[in-house]
Design a protein around this ligand. Sequence first.
Ligand SMILES: *[C@@H]1O[C@H](CO)[C@@H](O)[C@H](O)[C@H]1NC(C)=O
Ligand SMILES: *[C@@H]1O[C@H](CO)[C@@H](O)[C@H](O)[C@H]1NC(C)=O
Ligand SMILES: *[C@@H]1O[C@H](CO)[C@@H](O)[C@H](O)[C@H]1NC(C)=O
Ligand SMILES: *[C@@H]1O[C@H](CO)[C@@H](O)[C@H](O)[C@H]1NC(C)=O
Ligand SMILES: *[C@@H]1O[C@H](CO)[C@@H](O)[C@H](O)[C@H]1NC(C)=O
Ligand SMILES: *[C@@H]1O[C@H](CO)[C@@H](O)[C@H](O)[C@H]1NC(C)=O
Ligand SMILES: *[C@@H]1O[C@H](CO)[C@@H](O)[C@H](O)[C@H]1NC(C)=O
Length: 510
Amino acid sequence: MAVPTNMRTGAVLGGRRRWTKWIQWIIIVVVLGEMVFLLHLDQLNGEYFNFKSFAALNFSLDNDVEHRAEVIHKDDSVNRSNNESCEEWLEKNDFLGYGRNFSKSPIHVAFGENQVWDSCAVGCKFRSTVSESFRPDGVLRAASGLPSWMEKESCHILRSMESSSYYPENDLTSARKRGYDVVMTTSLESEVPVGYFSWAEYDLMSPVSRKTEGAYAAAFISNCGAHNFRLEALEGLKAQGVRIDSYGQCLRTREGRGVNKLQTLRRYKFSLAFENSNEDDYVTEKFWQSLVAGSVPVVVGAPNIDNFSPAPNALLHIKSLNDIPAVARQIKYLASNFTAYNETLRWKYYGPTDGFKALVDMAAVHSSCRLCIHIATKIRSREEKQLAATLKKPRPCKCTDKFGVITYHLFVRERGRFQLHSVFLKSTNLTTSGLKNAVFTKFKSLNHVPIWWDERPAVIRGDGTLKIHTLYPVGLNQRKALYTPHFHTDVEVSNYVEANPCPYLEVIFV
Ligand SMILES: *[C@@H]1O[C@H](CO)[C@@H](O)[C@H](O)[C@H]1NC(C)=O
Ligand SMILES: *[C@@H]1O[C@H](CO)[C@@H](O)[C@H](O)[C@H]1NC(C)=O
Ligand SMILES: *[C@@H]1O[C@H](CO)[C@@H](O)[C@H](O)[C@H]1NC(C)=O
Ligand SMILES: *[C@@H]1O[C@H](CO)[C@@H](O)[C@H](O)[C@H]1NC(C)=O
Ligand SMILES: *[C@@H]1O[C@H](CO)[C@@H](O)[C@H](O)[C@H]1NC(C)=O
Ligand SMILES: *[C@@H]1O[C@H](CO)[C@@H](O)[C@H](O)[C@H]1NC(C)=O
Ligand SMILES: *[C@@H]1O[C@H](CO)[C@@H](O)[C@H](O)[C@H]1NC(C)=O
């Protein structure tokens, strides 16, 4: 069994120490060893560590921040030897050492399809059953009825791609109330979002075809009793003179059997991407296929559909039936003015916005792997708290040099990866651009290749120059990460770095 490297037991044993020192160290080694042993065997006992269940661990971002603030005290960097840089000193003193090696002891998820996620940043194994040799870190499906050791040790995961208007149990608040620790739904607010989109599944940059159909739009709608107004919208557009070919079960005007949906959509200027419910982030293949086909989506569905648009003005949105006349007018205008219509497809020729790339890139890492990373991050965070408490030696997290310049120690990883990298920020450079510059310089020095590199279509991959889209604290949900600005002002940067010793950040490159 490995004793954390920061114990540096060799150095201790080599010197001439008083026996009291020895005893101190032996106690620490024994306590740590025992902890590592317990972690290793996945036999974490609730009372030993004084928590009731995984849920009670509560690794919300705020808790972590609070905790780190607690363990930091005065600046010890005066002890630094003269020839040691602040960076070297911090690298050594901020390291906590860890118990579980996720390559050797992968994250185990039970009650999923048997699968080993080889390319994942942490070891990640799914099994349909549990056994003594497969004690799960997480269990998919309903939490009740599990053996008590599993109830206690595993986190409970809800995974579903259905909208909560059909399956109310998928609603985030309701799922959390029922004791789920990790929710995986289409909601970008869920811990591990599962979307209908990915570069692999949809050839989004596929070229635009000639629009040869007489009708303006095609519709493929087959569930006629949707929980929204989509059928009324279809009839409303028709009543306003928008010519629509309807291939689905509902209000059919053309034979839909045996028709290749994608090839059909390519021939139409517009595609009615009407979802069966209007819920934030619930955006299904109807929308993504329209984008692939280069058929401008007319959307009834997610109120925040603009977040999913490949470019401004690349879609039409019917928010309510009141919008029908205006949208019908717009469709007719665009259908009659090719120049204007072609502008709505500009992104197909020049590429989508960075925001769109950042969204779709999320799916470059499979949701099962993202789940394992999420769980591993929680476990690591728990280990750090325990080690920090055991060592009684806080991480300094900052260091002052002889000129009074403070170096702050930050930890940054790319979204979709697990490993954090040290980034050092000087008090003289505690600004938005200073932060971005420090992160950029670090990843450049590592010759970092963005995680989406092999997934994204080559035409929109760029030339390999790293570009930071956004930076945010680890643990933030993707809705906030992608659509709420972070570290946008210098004051925000300096306040954050001052208030959050050794902050853990995530970066999205585009
Ligand atoms: C967990 O976090 C919630 C808010 O996110 C808080 O209300 C609750 O008291 C926390 N529980 C524990 C055990 O810290
Ligand atoms: C720094 O030195 C002081 C006094 O010499 C000592 O009490 C303290 O533990 C030292 N801190 C570190 C981090 O070595
Ligand atoms: C730093 O100084 C110490 C003696 O004070 C010396 O033993 C050590 O080799 C020096 N390290 C470097 C990197 O120069
Ligand atoms: C973790 O385990 C892997 C595989 O056994 C090994 O190659 C690696 O060195 C280990 N890492 C650490 C930090 O011990
Ligand atoms: C057609 O669209 C283009 C581009 O938006 C615009 O400049 C032009 O005036 C439009 N033509 C007509 C006849 O509306
Ligand atoms: C549509 O616009 C793109 C550039 O935005 C242009 O390259 C393409 O030739 C245009 N299509 C047609 C048929 O004119
Ligand atoms: C501070 O940041 C600027 C650019 O943001 C950079 O050119 C400079 O090298 C940085 N200075 C230090 C000391 O890191």
